[in-house]
Design a binder for this molecule. Structure first.
Ligand code: CTP
Length: 414
């Protein structure tokens, strides 16, 4: 591939993606203009439409306006091997539904997935922006209101509109699709700031595995979710993101360069190689502190151990410390570490901040049910070199990632 094409592809990967779900209402024609207005703001728009929406606007119209193939048939085996909805969901930074009809709101609230829009929705773990549009009487139906209230109980689900006025059917009242510029502004607000444009960010994530023999290893229960959330959030803010991860079951976040490693030594080598040009390091990996002194090439048989069951360990390299020591001078990046503790979170975080020469440490309590490893939410405290610790409420990992980046951006002087 020529360098020019290469760089075009890189910038396409860096564009933030709005997946637009179009429902079957007369306001579907306004969704055409919405696609154009979103693209004018440098957003990539990928469209999914319900069967009912196709009765109002053709997929070809959206294809021409978005410059992307349109997901218009969930059961079309030729489209992306039938997994088009998952591909769309994965690529989304924002899931926008316009018009969100009464029928779509009901299906979304119930978690149904029987058409292109709802199938994307169920897999789209990004903020949702719903733009309801329907007849006044339908809008006022307690069933519709109840469905919307259930959706909005999720902190990641937001609504824009409906606006009031003359509706297509002659009624007057609430039910019109919000004005397109208002929807664009709401979408941009949810996508967040673009304050890491052009900044290289290095994120470590997941556990490492230190082999004992070909079938056994030392490791920990890290799922990698926190590091992946940071990588996604940094990319959404315009960063060039390199994500170094130990073995986890998460798919590559779109637009992020992912390097998969296994051991602490591999992580350290990969991190060193990526240090040049890096302006921000976020070390969320749960690196094994120890590894077996010897790794057996053959599977250890228990009978053969004969009383020599003790495992002799040695320290692994501290990846974050090594990077922090290697980075000197004006180009020294901002360093963010994590401290997962069962007690004295702030004191331990402060100690790590000093010992590793970090700029921020995100402390969180582990060991209680519902937080820390493998949990969806986190209650963290951010400790900096100066000022009081910032105690954060219980947040989703995606939200916590944004808060950590807010602090890092300030330290980067952006
Ligand atoms: N870290 C690292 N390489 C290691 C160990 C830790 O990069 N070999 C990073 C983690 O990604 C995290 C921070 O350092 O950002 C955690 O600090 P650390 O003091 O190692 O935490 P613990 O392993 O919990 O240490 P301790 O047992 O001393 O509490």
């Amino acid at each position: 591939m020529s360098p020019a094409r290469n760089s075009r592809r890189a910038s396409a990967a860096a564009a933030r993606t709005v997946v637009l779900g179009v429902g079957g209402g007369i306001a579907a024609y306004k969704a055409c203009d919405l696609v154009r207005r979103l693209r004018e703001r440098s957003l990539r728009v990928r469209v999914a439409m319900t069967a009912a929406a196709r009765a109002f606007v053709t997929p070809l119209t959206f294809q021409a306006l978005s410059g992307e193939p349109v997901l218009a048939d969930l059961l079309d085996a030729r489209a992306d091997a039938g997994f088009g909805h998952l591909d769309l969901a994965r690529s989304a930074d924002l899931f926008l539904v316009a018009p969100a009809t009464a029928d779509l709101l009901g299906k979304l609230a119930a978690g149904l997935a029987d058409d292109p829009v709802t199938a994307v929705a169920v897999a789209a773990r990004v903020p949702w922006l719903l733009c309801p549009a329907m007849n006044v009487a339908m809008w006022r139906s307690p069933r519709v209101q109840d469905n919307l209230a259930r959706l909005l109980a999720d902190p990641d689900v937001h609504a824009c509109g409906p606006a009031e006025g003359l509706l297509a059917d002659g009624d007057v009242g609430p039910g019109r699709l919000a004005e397109v510029p208002d929807i664009v502004e709401a979408a941009l607000r949810l996508l967040g700031p673009r304050d890491l444009e052009g900044v290289k960010v290095l994120v470590t994530a997941g556990p490492t595995r230190e082999p004992i023999d070909p079938v056994r290893f030392l490791s920990n229960p890290s799922t990698g979710r926190m590091g992946f959330a940071i990588a996604r959030a940094a990319r959404a803010r315009g960063a060039e993101v390199v994500l170094l991860t130990g073995p986890v079951e998460l798919p590559d976040p779109p637009g992020v360069r992912v390097v998969r490693v296994v051991t602490a030594a591999e992580l350290a080598a990969a991190a060193r190689a990526e240090l040049p040009r890096t302006r921000l390091v976020v070390a969320a990996a749960a690196v094994s502190d120890f590894r077996p002194r010897k790794t057996s090439k053959r599977k250890l048989k228990k009978e053969a151990l004969g009383g020599r069951e003790a495992l002799e360990l040695e320290r692994t390299e501290d990846v974050l410390c090594a990077l922090s020591e290697a980075a000197v001078g004006r180009d020294r990046p901002v360093f963010v570490g994590f401290a997962a503790e069962t007690e004295d979170v702030v004191a331990n975080a402060r100690e790590k901040l000093r010992r590793k020469r970090l700029d921020l440490v995100v402390g969180n309590e582990v060991g209680r049910p519902g937080t820390g490893f493998a949990a969806e939410e986190n209650e963290a405290v951010i400790v900096g070199a100066k000022g009081e610790p910032e105690r954060l409420p219980r947040l989703s990992k995606a939200e916590l990632a944004q808060r950590i980046l807010d602090r890092a951006v300030r330290l980067l002087g952006r």
